[in-house]
Design a protein around this ligand. Sequence first.
Ligand SMILES: Nc1ncnc2[nH]cnc12
Ligand SMILES: [Zn+2]
Length: 335
Amino acid sequence: MTFDAMLLPKAELHLHIEGTLEPELAFALAARNGVQLPFASVEELRAAYSFTDLQSFLDLYYACMEVLRTREDFRDLAAAYLRRAAAEGVRHAELFFDAQAHTARGVAFADVMGGLQDALDDAALLGLSGGLILSFLRDQPIEDAEAVWAEAKGHLDAIIGVGLDSAEVGNPAGKFEGIFAEARALGLHAVAHAGEEGGPEYVWDALRSLGAERIDHGIRSLEDPELVRHLVDQRVPLTVCPFSNVRLRAVDTLADHPLPAMLRAGLHVTVNSDDPAYFGGYAGENIEAVAEQFALGREELALLARNSVTASFASEERKAELAAEIDAWEGSHGG
Ligand SMILES: Nc1ncnc2[nH]cnc12
Ligand SMILES: [Zn+2]
């Protein structure tokens, strides 16, 4: 590795905290909570990480969440992720959490939020900044989203934004328009998954119906030149997740990934890990792999890192600190 991409200072903007549940922790939490996983061993669970599409992954992802029950569980989950991310150069992390998937199982919203916030508070003491993004499940009834949203309004100080995830195709964003409008009026940021499996029309939908400031994935935007022009003109960031796209078969191989074309088009691209426990690598491994695959040099890596910082919802002061760290990295790598 010529350019030490792993330790490049960066922000991670597309990370589902439930997608950081490693099999070892899943079994430890299952034992702690007396929950039975539908797998006999860590090896058997890991062997099930062979996905044919987004839905085949989501089925396993939701099944494994059964082990997450208490505030301590959510704290342990997030603490493990933040430790690992910090060791890979992540300096700021914005975490999606799927509250509906937990409240539907009888877990208290306050325990989910509280545990995640505990871990972020501990990480802040070590210099890692971040925040929580409440993600709604687009394939579930709007009433469930509204119930969670009503609870979330009692915790607005602990949430930086709202997001939209789960099965994309056949689940347009429109029904969430009211919640997103209210969230934006309350000062929250708005992001949405779109253009992962769905075509460019899903990206337009997220922009128009939800006022999304960032698009999560967005790789299929390239199919619509007018959309590309719009995203470039408006500097809408795209949080791209290369390993995820390969593992969920959105692209055949990493060599086929549109990241270089997206950069050439002038899109505001960032590199992220999505659900790293399931897809074979965290932020550092994703960026290292694309650096190798596409022979990215110092300037391109620094651009990806700067994009992640400018696309983040960190304060201007924090962004300036992170920009200085990237300058220092670039300087120490021959700049
Ligand atoms: N890649 C992804 N797309 C949609 N929903 C998700 N939830 C967790 N990971 C996801
Ligand atoms: Zn995602």
